[in-house]
Design a protein around this ligand. Sequence first.
Ligand code: IPE
Ligand code: IPE
Ligand code: MG
Length: 236
Amino acid sequence: MSIPLHIGIIMDGNGRWAEMRGLPRFEGHRRGVERAMEITEAALGTGIKVLSLYAFSIENWRRPEDEISVIMSLLESTLKGKSLNFMKEGIKFKVIGNRDRLSDNTREIVESVERLTENNDKFTLQCALSYSGRDEIIRAVKRAISIGLSPEDISEERISQLLDTSGIPDLDLIIRTSGEQRLSNFLLWQSAYSEFYFTSTLWPDFTKEELLEAIYNYQTRDRRFGKLTNGAVKCT
Ligand code: IPE
Ligand code: IPE
Ligand code: MG
């Protein structure tokens, strides 16, 4: 089977990684962001075209303020530090999610890196930030109404175009670290026929080798999309 075009990663377990070591949770987030950049580098050489990283959910706004501000400033400094690398590697950077809830500073940094990298076409790094799948669908429906679409205009294609991920193929593979086996509101529409790879590895310990292992594992799957497997006996 072929290489997945689009992989999503639910990068979970930063807090537990830190707590297990007697470190503050922010240390786990710091390692987690570093890991995210290393795994992006690793993904570049695999033939994957889009990597979607779940960095911060809308529900994560319910966390203590100091944890949220550490996560946001880590994202800001990483983006500032990596933007030239993105240019060098041909990476288009894009944020999906509800921007209204981001601070002006975070939004400005995100948007300047998006503008800088918008013409890169080798690889797309989508960062789900202040993101929830249901919120994305609600915003798409509101947009459909505001541009005056009528019921007969609504189709799967049209909804897909109105989502934050417009123009990006659906997810082939979703990886979730830390042993949890749920979507936690990640890319609900785009995961309709995704394959899943769950691992107990905590995100700061996730390696390039495990990314490759997830891809090999994906290649053993039989993606039927509701049809019969090649060679299956037809029911006459
Ligand atoms: C994932 O790690 C990062 C975010 C959700 C921002 P967690 O912070 O959820 O780590 P655990 O699940 O508490 O270990
Ligand atoms: C999901 O992790 C969100 C991200 C990885 C950014 P959470 O740790 O927030 O998910 P739940 O609360 O365990 O479902
Ligand atoms: Mg978690």
